[in-house]
Ligand binder design. Structure first.
Ligand SMILES: [Mg+2]
Length: 422
């Protein structure tokens, strides 16, 4: 439970750096501007992840229509099995509607601890192999393999990695490999379930052309209808028009769609290891040795970072507490937790860490809280807020904080605790 990082990728990483440096050195010595290396980006996505984990834990569920999601009346679908998909059930659909479409489905509320465990397991395998990867959500990863083709076949490497993940975790996973993130993600989607697809560099446009325009993220119902009215149904249809016409009709979106349809995307894989953390530190005007006061500060700070977390639409998988004493001795402790965005789950862990760290009675000069292992919560969020009421409550609190400043609303922990003790 202690570590929040992963290791063991250094070998490949060094190799990759070596070949990147070679390219640079060659350019410096010869003055010849070498072409940018061919980019290779793999996108991995676990197939109906929550359902797969449920089936692993209870094999009798295999092959059945399963929906994992919130409550019957107010919840939404987090994920569903392919058997339920056949009836039209989709992620993010209201549970009510899903049950109407597939009344015989087995409904599960989900086991978050298990999902976090498996998500970390897959992350660790990828981290041990991949030079540079991004954890795009709890079940989704991008890997940048650019430069590796000097030493390995990127396609074979990606196939081997998939095999290893499936052999070790027994979870089905699909991947798309291409020259950029956008095309790879769409390729994964096309490869599912339980498959893989390599779009050779230069074939991006060809691959995209026959697919419907709403395969592009960001094309919502409104844009979809607008495009339809322009006679654009497939991605290939976009390029039948002049860029200027698309811009006239769709504004900036027109420019972007024109680029996307050609299979162009330059967004980079941002390293999970260097992923931002959210932290809050406070050096006190006067050193504090009153435990109630320290805990009160700690709760306030945890609420603040949890608020930032929700504003960024992230989940965190690790929390750390830091203490500094007047003699500048600094100590900190971190712990891996189930992926969460909730104050009421973070605060008890922060308090527990504090008690483990603090030398009782010793005055404290600085206190800090840090959330790390951040990842996007995407559609699975409903599961991370299984009680929709609580979700709405947080939304209300965060709305008030946004409107009136962050100090307005804080839970009266100290008051409550004193009541409890009496
Ligand atoms: Mg998935």
């Amino acid at each position: 439970m202690a570590g929040c990082g992963t290791d063991g990728y250094r070998h490949t990483h060094q190799l990759l750096n070596m070949c990147r440096q070679h390219t640079e050195l060659f350019s410096i010595f010869t003055g010849y501007n070498m072409q940018q290396p061919q980019r290779y980006i793999a996108h991995f996505d676990l197939d109906s992840f929550f359902v797969s984990v449920e089936v692993l834990n209870d094999p009798s569920l295999k092959g059945k229509a399963i929906i994992v999601g919130g409550s019957r009346d107010r919840g939404v679908v987090s994920t569903c099995s392919y058997e339920a998909r056949k009836f039209g059930v989709r992620s993010a659909m209201p549970m009510k509607q899903a049950i109407q479409l597939c009344p015989h489905a087995i409904l599960l509320r989900g086991t978050r601890g298990q999902y976090s465990k498996y998500s970390r397991w897959v992350t660790d395998i990828i981290a041990s192999k991949a030079p540079l990867f991004e954890k795009a959500s709890i079940d989704e990863f991008y890997i940048d393999l650019t430069g590796m083709d000097t030493y390995f076949d990127p396609y074979q490497w990606t196939i081997d990695l998939r095999k290893q993940i499936m052999e070790e975790t027994k979870l089905p996973i699909s991947f798309g490999l291409s020259s950029n993130k956008m095309v790879s993600k769409i390729a994964t989607d096309e490869a599912k379930p339980n498959g893989y697809l390599f779009i050779h560099p230069g074939k991006e446009k060809e691959f995209l052309a026959p697919l419907p325009v709403n395969k592009f993220s960001g094309v919502g119902q409104q844009t979809f209808l607008k495009l339809k009215s322009m006679g654009i149904h497939l991605i290939g249809d976009i390029l039948k028009h002049e860029q200027a016409y698309l811009e006239k009709e769709l504004g900036k979106w027109g420019t972007e769609l024109y680029r996307k349809a050609q299979g162009i995307s330059t967004s980079i894989v941002s390293s999970y290891r260097e992923a931002k953390s959210i932290s809050n530190e406070n050096t006190f005007h006067e050193n504090i040795n009153d435990v109630e006061l320290l805990l009160q500060e700690l709760v306030k700070m945890t609420e603040r970072v949890a608020y930032e977390l929700r504003q960024d639409e992230k989940l965190c998988g690790c929390i750390a507490v830091k203490l500094r004493y007047p003699d500048f001795e600094t100590t900190s402790k971190q712990v891996s937790i189930n992926y969460t965005l909730r104050d009421d789950e973070l605060i008890p862990v922060a308090i527990d860490l504090f008690h483990k760290l603090w030398r009782k009675g010793k005055p404290v000069r600085l206190l800090g809280v840090k959330l790390s292992e951040l990842t996007n919560h995407a559609v699975q969020a409903s599961l991370f807020d299984d009680a929709e009421k609580k979700n709405n409550l947080y939304k209300a609190i965060d709305d008030v904080k946004n409107r009136f400043g962050k100090t307005k609303l804080q839970k009266a922990r100290t008051v409550k605790k004193k009541e409890d003790e009496e």
